[in-house]
Design a protein around this ligand. Structure first.
Ligand SMILES: NC(=O)c1ccc[n+]([C@@H]2O[C@H](COP(=O)([O-])OP(=O)(O)OC[C@H]3O[C@@H](n4cnc5c(N)ncnc54)[C@H](O)[C@@H]3O)[C@@H](O)[C@H]2O)c1
Length: 363
């Protein structure tokens, strides 16, 4: 099979590509704009494989997309390219509207025209897999789970832009019969994640003895999934998912942010017995909450488990140990990321507050 993966140089896309190149015979084209979040270092383990290809393309650029699709002639497209960080969407929503909505629309139109040009056998076999988030469902109270039938209620500029893209994909299926499947997944963690996200940010700040920022009282609950479990789920849905359907993917690992940070501190205390920052929990610092912070996300993943036989292989404990060890063993990867523009500073306070903070920092 020939597969285009948009956003393949990002955290989840690169995990999917490493999995596909190592475990299957799929030929993959990674299509990525290489924003701050795209990193070809994450694809080094497979970049010499003849079944791996790369094209630097912005999904908002219709003519460039058309050219790549016409030349590569994919059997399927897995669409992960997105602006993905909620805090950044609060500071600057424009890129989220562009890439997540206009980009998805541009990609859908390119794919529709290519798909219509295929012969009937290729047309039937073709798949467009849209990768989305559980954040489109909004926030849960203390009980209950997100089902595939849960009404959309996105609360952040990020989740609203992803919800819009989900609706476009759904409409292209119903109106034009484009063969699509959609997945909505909970929070991922694991190797190669950009250190603006909670788990790598905490690990790297702890290694450097910097404060470990916990938003509000740390009571917000997320359902954590190890990225390689997500990658396997995505490949399964692409292969066996029913057209026009959505599948929720989650890890049955509901944890408060404070629990996550405390567990990371204990793992680091154990792995680094001589660290001068030990006990690491003394670095925990409660900071102003994210504006509009959703209280709780929790996925009911029984549909993908029952119909496609998927189950996560990692528990939160095994996945977190592997993740910490990976960041300890791969300083080169994150050092190069940290040498760039992002140094672990706080994002996602409303702009006025940030400029005041920056002014204070400069004083
Ligand atoms: N990380 C999570 O916990 C999570 C959970 C559920 C769903 N998702 C979804 O999975 C997808 C991937 O998430 P991630 O965490 O790997 O994100 P990421 O930010 O690590 O990677 C996004 C990738 O998309 C690329 N990209 C951004 N704008 C582009 C554009 N205009 N054209 C082409 N490429 C562009 C970036 O260069 C980067 O390589 C996203 O669609 C996200 O909404 C993420």
């Amino acid at each position: 099979m020939k597969l285009i993966i948009t956003g393949g140089a990002g955290f989840i896309g690169s995990a999917v590509i490493r999995y596909l190149i190592k475990a299957t015979q799929t030929t993959v084209l990674c299509l990525d704009k290489l924003t701050y979040a795209g990193n070809l270092d994450s694809l080094k383990p497979v970049s010499n494989n003849p079944r791996y290809h790369f094209a630097q393309v912005d999904i908002c650029d219709g003519p460039a997309l058309e050219q790549v699709v016409a030349e590569f002639r994919p059997d399927a497209i897995m669409h992960l390219a997105a602006e993905s960080h909620v805090d950044r969407s609060i500071d600057g929503p424009a890129e989220f509207i562009n890439t997540n909505i206009v980009g998805t629309y541009t990609l859908l139109e390119t794919v529709r025209s290519y798909w219509q040009s295929l012969d009937s056998e290729q047309k039937t076999a073709f798949r467009f897999h849209h990768v989305s988030t559980d954040e489109v469902y909004g926030s849960l109270g203390k009980t209950g789970f997100f089902l595939e039938s849960t009404p959309y209620q996105p609360n952040s500029p990020y989740s609203a832009s992803k919800a819009a893209s989900d609706h476009l994909v759904r409409a292209w299926h119903h109106t034009y019969k484009l063969p699509v499947v959609t997945t909505n997944c909970s929070n991922n963690y694991g190797p190669y994640q950009f250190p603006e996200k909670l788990i790598p940010l905490i690990i790297l700040n702890a290694l450097e003895g910097k404060p470990l920022p916990v938003y509000g009282q740390g009571e917000n609950v997320r359902d954590w999934l190890y990225v390689d479990d997500h990658a396997r789920a995505l490949c399964l849905v692409l292969e066996l998912g029913k057209l026009g359907e959505t599948y929720n993917i989650g890890g049955h690992n509901e944890k408060t942010n404070l629990e996550v940070v405390q567990t990371l501190c204990s793992i680091l205390d154990e792995r680094l017995p001589t660290s001068k920052h030990k006990p690491h929990h003394q670095l925990i610092s409660f900071v102003t909450d994210r504006p509009g912070h959703d209280l709780r996300y929790a996925i009911d993943a029984s549909k993908i488990e029952k119909t496609l036989g998927w189950k996560p292989q990692e528990t939160f404990e095994t996945g977190l140990h592997k993740t910490v060890q990976w960041y300890l063993d791969n300083q080169n990867w994150w050092q190069r990321v940290r040498d760039g523009s992002y140094q672990g500073e706080r994002l996602g306070l409303l702009c006025a507050t940030r400029s005041v903070q920056n002014a204070i920092k400069r004083m």
